[in-house]
Design a protein. Structure first.
Length: 391
């Protein structure tokens, strides 16, 4: 029996039938954490995957992973996708802080945090941007004062995605205000249950938002929560940003979750009331988007294969971030164009639920080229670090 045959048989036995075909449905994904309410099917799916190490298939077994090779992990992902199953677990723990700890974390940090990530016990969020330090992140002012065996954090972070639903946060803080911008920053792990932490959601034009602003008032953090070395957090931060940009590119560029399970082609046929898209301009625009989506998915897969082989994401992640987010904006624009006047509704009678949701998806997509580093910043990175153009 091949590995793929073994995986297929395992999925048929352990993956709940109630989750088949639900991969793109809102609420189907499992994020983990103490606040999450899971259905019986979601709980069964998570527990079965944890038992085999399939929530983090390529991570070492000693940290709760599956110890799979790159090819085996690909086969697993492919079989899960063919059944239309949601991933057994998702979130910033797996896509961002986990890979960062595997590379930069100490052994004690790995054994404390990684198994809890793979079991879905802890949900993580990111504390990078500040009101006056967004694209110019190195200007951050949130401080951590040395107080013997711990640091005391004071300051604010903003655009903290899912901060109100998370248990821990990885935070960039300034530990040496006298040093040059990048040289006085430290990467800390903060338990959000610590006294002095407060988090408030931020509303967006789309009517819903994952974003929050986070405040730290004399928050004590043990020194063993420093990742890598004190004042060397900028190196860690840049590596993690590579993982973040690849994640954003994959989410928005692939279209999964972005179209609420409704394909562009199906929408085009529905609103043109024909089995074939007869308008040549609309057909050309739709075909161009679908071809670009496929090319982008293959590129993302190639980068993911490199990551599974042990190659950390580099500046090329900026290329993925720009193209993936702009691709989603094109997709949302096209879907709104296909729906015509229906895409102008906000609430009330006369507008189907999917059209109202499309309006919100289009509004939400406006922020894609800002979050995770603006497109302008990504272009600068590409110019300097990929093309090596002179200043």
């Amino acid at each position: 029996m091949t590995f793929r045959d073994e995986i297929r048989a395992w999925l048929e036995e352990h993956a709940p039938q109630g989750l088949y075909g639900k991969s793109r449905e809102a609420g189907a994904q499992i994020w983990g954490g103490k606040q999450e309410q899971r259905s019986a099917d979601q709980e069964a799916w998570l527990r079965a995957a944890v038992e085999r190490g399939f929530t983090a298939p390529t991570w070492p077994k000693e940290y709760g992973g599956g110890g799979l090779s790159q090819q085996e992990a690909q086969a697993l992902a492919s079989e899960i996708e063919q059944l239309g199953l949601p991933p057994p677990l998702t979130g910033f723990g797996l896509s961002m802080i986990g890979p960062t700890l595997l590379h930069f974390g100490g052994e004690e940090q790995k054994r404390e945090h990684l198994p809890r990530i793979t079991r879905g016990e802890i949900r993580w969020c990111q504390g990078y941007s500040e009101p006056n330090a967004g694209s110019d992140l190195a200007s951050l002012q949130c401080s951590a004062r040395d107080a013997g065996d711990h640091y005391v954090i004071n300051g604010q972070k903003t655009w903290t995605s899912y901060g109100d639903k998370s248990d821990w946060m990885f935070v960039l803080v300034r530990t040496d205000p006298a040093a040059k911008k990048q040289q006085g920053i430290t990467f800390l792990l903060v338990d959000l249950a610590s006294p002095g932490v407060s988090i408030r959601p931020i509303g967006l034009i789309s009517g819903a938002s994952p974003f929050c602003e986070s405040f730290f008032e004399d928050v004590k953090v043990p020194k063993q929560n420093v990742v890598s070395e004190v004042n060397q957090g900028w190196t860690v931060a840049k590596a993690l940003l590579g993982h973040e940009r690849e994640m954003i590119a994959a989410v928005f560029g692939s279209g999964r979750g972005a179209t609420r399970g409704e394909s562009v082609v199906a929408t085009a046929k529905q609103y043109s009331q024909a089995e074939r898209i007869t308008d040549p301009l609309l057909r050309d625009r739709t075909a161009a988007l679908l071809m670009d989506e496929k090319c982008f998915e293959l590129t993302v897969q190639r980068i993911a294969d490199n990551a599974r082989a042990g190659r950390r994401p580099g500046p090329e992640s900026s290329i993925l971030k720009i193209y993936g987010t702009e691709l989603n904006q094109r997709r949302q624009e096209l879907l709104c164009s296909l729906r015509g006047p229906e895409s102008l509704g906000w609430q009330g009678e006369g507008f189907p639920d999917e059209a109202l949701q499309q309006t919100r998806d289009w509004l939400r997509s406006r922020g894609n080229t800002i979050e995770g580093g603006t497109s302008e910043i990504q272009l600068n990175i590409i110019a300097k670090r990929v093309l090596e153009l002179p200043d």
